[in-house]
Design a binder for this molecule. Structure first.
Ligand code: SF4
Ligand code: SF4
Length: 380
């Protein structure tokens, strides 16, 4: 049976974190089972945005430092890598979320996927057939997903599987978003990416998670767990239940399970350490409503449903940094005289909302949209 371990960890104090990670890895067979001497071990962290660790948008540096030290103790060669959500900002993100320093403190290398080059990889994907994947994710001997425990506005939850969206550097992310603007299509695209990789292990930072408007604009919540497993899909099934979601509602988990890339059904997973019910929290879901409409309603309404929640830029808050402009897959944003989003071009992918560091991109839900949700008896 696939094993996933849950270990309590009260805070980000270095010794506590290291002990908790070690214990969680021991529960699933111990790190030497996964890392042999001289193996290059890529810790694929979440450095989506240049926020400080307290914002809980990125993998905490204490978790990454402890994991890199543990890798060194079994004579592996740790590397810490990612590409940020916005093209051209990975170096800044790694710096600002403390991950560069964490890697350096542990004696690990740092890899910015924007400058490592990519391999073109063909996959039997539902959305994408060819992917440009950062070379270190393919070249490493051991690939480790190190996600943050978070909600997500479009996919509801983001964990060990979705963490690999970052192996697509440059403008590739925006291109995939354009091809896959809905919860269902984006989840399939995430699984397409996952299908090209061979992760050996996942260690999730759930000491402080994020509820509400994740993956970057939510609220930090003390969740006090480290979750580990060899199967990223199984880890996600467990982690989503830990924050009060139903694991079968998470499409990345469901599709990865259905397509044979892991075990996403809770009754096929052995949970070791803490029981889910003993650490379970009730994370708030995103208020953003598009994904809450059943597919048949969305289809029936010919796109109307998507227009009841729109994004707008507050001119007062906008610093004209251009991150949203560079990241918008639909080229819908202009800043010339004043910040403007062309709603006809906008595909509602919410990248701009996710990546704006100044909170200038606002989500607006119309009165009518709220009434429709009431009728559908949706409870947030
Ligand atoms: S909306 Fe945000 S990301 Fe876009 S230009 Fe303004 S400050 Fe930058
Ligand atoms: S304007 Fe924002 S939500 Fe619309 S397509 Fe561009 S990035 Fe996505």
């Amino acid at each position: 049976m696939t094993k996933v371990s849950i270990v309590k960890c009260e805070n980000y104090e270095h010794d506590n974190v290291k002990k908790a990670i070690k214990k969680s890895l021991d529960f699933i067979g111990g790190l030497p089972k996964f890392v042999k001497p001289n193996d290059t071990v890529l810790l694929k962290v979440n450095a989506i945005i240049g926020f400080p660790p307290e914002r809980a948008a990125t993998t905490h540096p204490a978790v990454v430092r402890a994991m890199a030290e543990l890798v060194k103790e079994v004579e592996g060669i740790p590397l810490v890598g990612d590409s940020s959500g916005a093209y051209g900002f990975t170096g800044q993100s790694l710096e600002m979320c403390g991950l560069r320093k964490a890697a350096e403190d542990a004696g690990a290398g740092v890899v910015n996927f924007e400058s490592t080059g990519t391999y073109s990889v063909n996959v039997d994907g539902r959305v994408v057939k060819t992917l440009n994947i950062a070379k270190p994710a393919i070249d490493c001997d051991v690939l480790v997903s190190m996600p943050k425990l978070k909600t997500h506005q479009l996919t509801k939850f983001t964990g060990a599987v979705k963490n690999f969206y970052g192996v697509i550097p440059g403008t590739g992310k925006a291109v995939i978003h354009k091809m896959a603007p809905s919860e269902e299509s984006l989840s399939q695209a995430v699984v397409d990416i996952y299908s090209a990789l061979k992760p050996a292990l996942a260690v999730m930072d759930g000491i402080v998670g994020m509820e509400g408007e994740g993956a970057t604009n939510g609220t930090p919540v003390e969740s006090k767990v480290i979750i580990s497993g060899a199967d990223c899909v199984a880890l996600d099934a467990v982690a989503s239940e830990v924050i009060g979601f139903f694991h079968k509602d998470i499409m990345t988990t469901r599709f990865a399970h259905e397509r044979g890339f892991g075990v996403g059904m809770l009754d096929e997973i052995e949970v070791i350490g803490e029981k889910i019910e003993d650490v379970r929290l009730d994370f708030k879901k995103s208020k953003y409503i598009v994904y809450k409409f059943p597919d048949f309603v969305r289809k029936f309404m010919f796109g109307f449903a998507e227009n009841v929640s729109i994004v707008e830029i507050s001119e007062d808050d906008c610093k004209k940094c251009r991150i949203c402009v560079e990241s918008c897959p639909a080229s819908a944003i202009t800043l010339e005289s004043h910040p403007f989003i062309d709603q006809k071009k906008c595909i509602k992918c919410y990248c701009c909302h996710e990546l704006c560091r100044n909170g200038a991109v606002k989500l607006k839900t119309s009165f009518l949209g709220r009434q429709i949700l009431k009728r559908l008896n949706y409870k947030s």
